[in-house]
Design a protein around this ligand. Structure first.
Ligand code: SAM
Length: 204
């Protein structure tokens, strides 16, 4: 089984092991590069549903303070041993579910492949809290999954049309909106249709 199969059944330890050691997401890299291009190098980021911590490690390596959250009790046992000792004071981890999240003010909310796993009944409140936490000039980076994605039919997943994503991003300048829509090749185990919106947006 691969990362996709573990995500489908929400076997998160299986997922953490499958992706362990992979690099940071392109959306996070783009957001950080945009901050650096503005001369803003080291801020405070919330890494929402950080998982095993691939993006948190990149943020820490660039000198950011990070609040990494996830509701899986094993997530941070994959992260902490890989944080270099001098960077450990920059990191706080919190085991918390999307619906119970309290967001401090921040420069960046990073939600890589996280939002589709928020139950629909909690999504609006979660999104409102994300927006409120980002300072003007701060950024959101992450993925929304589209309604044509195979997983849209799984109960308790949150998928969006492009129009809905754009509505969420009112009040932001959209810096990246890359729609990925494709079928897995038939030889892949349990092939699926993917529709993903890769987003970086700067709050007005
Ligand atoms: C596909 S993984 C993404 C992990 C990481 N951000 C990445 O880019 O690889 C989804 C993550 O969402 C977390 N998650 C799922 N449901 C959650 C919930 N209700 N509250 C908080 N985290 C949740 C899982 O534990 C998992 O770490």
């Amino acid at each position: 089984m691969g990362a996709k199969d573990f995500s489908e059944i929400e076997d998160w330890p299986g997922y953490f092991n499958a992706v362990l050691g992979k690099g940071a997401r392109d959306t996070l890299i783009a957001a950080l590069d945009s901050f650096e291009a503005e001369g803003f190098a080291k801020g405070f980021a919330i890494d929402l549903a950080a998982g095993e911590g691939r993006d948190t490690l990149e943020l820490l390596a660039r000198g950011w303070c990070v609040l990494a959250t996830d509701n899986h009790p094993e997530a941070f046992s994959y992260l902490w041993p890989r944080v270099p000792e001098p960077l450990k004071p920059l990191l706080t981890t919190r085991e918390v579910s999307f619906c119970d999240m309290e967001f401090p003010g921040c420069d960046l909310v990073n939600a890589s492949f996280a939002l589709p796993f928020c139950e629909p009944r909690h999504f609006c409140a979660l999104w409102d809290k994300i927006v409120a936490s980002i300072r003007p000039g701060g950024r959101f980076a992450g993925q929304f999954f589209g309604k044509r994605d195979t997983w849209a039919s799984i109960a308790n997943r949150t998928h969006h049309s492009l129009e809905e994503v754009e509505r969420c991003l009112q009040g932001f300048t959209i810096e990246m909106m890359r729609e990925e829509e494709r079928d897995d090749p038939p030889e892949v185990r349990n092939p699926k249709h993917w529709q993903i919106f890769h987003v970086v947006a700067r709050k007005l």
